[in-house]
Design a binder for this molecule. Structure first.
Ligand code: ATP
Length: 308
């Protein structure tokens, strides 16, 4: 019996925030060892793969997202995902990949990684490849440190460069207000600045025990106290407005403000959904054009019916 292949496959992948980002001193190969705790939050890109004769990428985005800097060629992480998946199966994969972006670009929310993970799953389904989970995770790690987490989602501990992921106990529903910046911040530049500010950084990154304990309480106040990001200082040093933004959100009642990953997005932890909506309103009234509310943890990359 022959099975007909789907006419299109849509895969949704979430943005991540780092609840703990412990950074060790730079290694000889240029990478920084990390101990991080990721959380997937309800701010997602959708990648739809349509059958096509070639491999193509198309972008669409929420109006406040500037897609100008996103490459459409081999520089796009979704294209690289298609190439690696094709190599694994010994064939050149084709498809029209439509990336519907809601995750800010170069925002420290790993939007490109989300697209790469979503493209792996979408092309696997479109071509009925039955790639094993282990192979998908291996390809994801080759694509970038944050891509394996974009596959698995939830709340997870990341070690190595962040690419070795393991689910962790998380009993809470956490509410976040997310304030993106108009202009992105380059991740390599923030790491370089970390090296300048912390030339003697211990090669072993700070562990995540306090954060993992806070997650198990389910209490927002405990989590707020435990949030930790070693890239926050260099990010604020490069862009002082981020420090002011954190102070402003905390003055408006956030339990804690934190730079997300390498920034420049700032996330604020709130007590509840109502608290998050109130804080978002206050931040918008004080002039921030784009203020989002999302909860975590949400699922990793998953197929959704078209047009949901
Ligand atoms: P990272 O920390 O991995 O750099 P980020 O959240 O700060 O993540 P991304 O939105 O993932 O930033 O994009 C970083 C850069 O990657 C962009 O400036 C863009 O040039 C490139 N890029 C490649 N593919 C994509 C994609 N599909 N979506 C967004 N950016 C992409």
């Amino acid at each position: 019996m022959t099975r007909s292949l789907p006419s299109a496959v849509t895969v949704r992948a979430a943005a991540k925030i780092n609840l703990h980002l412990g950074v060790g001193g730079v290694r000889d190969d240029g990478f920084h060892p990390l101990t991080t705790v990721y959380q997937a939050v309800g701010l997602c890109d959708d990648v739809t793969a349509f059958p096509a004769a070639e491999l193509e990428v198309e972008l669409s985005a929420t109006d406040w997202i500037d897609v100008g800097g996103i490459p459409l060629d081999e520089g796009n992480l979704a294209v690289r995902a298609a190439r690696l998946l094709g190599d694994l199966h010994g064939r050149a994969l084709t498809g029209r990949l439509v990336l519907e972006k809601s995750i800010p670009v170069a925002g420290g929310l790993a939007g490109g990684s989300a697209d790469a993970a979503a493209a792996l799953v979408a092309l696997d389904r479109l071509h009925d490849l039955h790639t094993s989970d282990d192979d998908l995770l291996r390809l994801a790690a080759d694509l970038g440190s944050d891509v394996p987490f974009a596959l698995v989602g939830g709340t997870a501990l990341g070690t190595g460069r962040g690419e070795v992921v393991e689910a962790v106990a998380d009993v809470g529903t956490w509410w976040w207000v997310i304030v993106p910046s108009r202009e992105g911040l380059s991740t390599p530049e923030v790491y370089r600045h970390f090296d300048r500010l912390r030339p003697d950084a211990d090669p072993t990154p700070p562990d995540a025990e306090v954060l993992l304990g806070a997650l198990r309480t389910g209490q927002p106040v405990s989590l707020a106290r435990a949030l930790h990001n070693d890239l926050q200082e260099p990010a604020i040093d490069l862009r002082p407005a981020l420090g002011e933004l954190i102070e402003q959100g905390e003055a408006e009642g956030a339990l804690r403000g934190l730079v997300s990953g390498s920034g420049p997005t700032v996330v604020f932890l709130c007590e509840s959904a109502d608290h998050a909506r109130d804080l978002a309103g206050a931040m918008m009234r004080s002039g921030h054009e784009v203020v989002l509310v999302a909860n975590g943890a949400v699922a990793g990359s998953h197929v959704v019916p078209a047009h949901v």
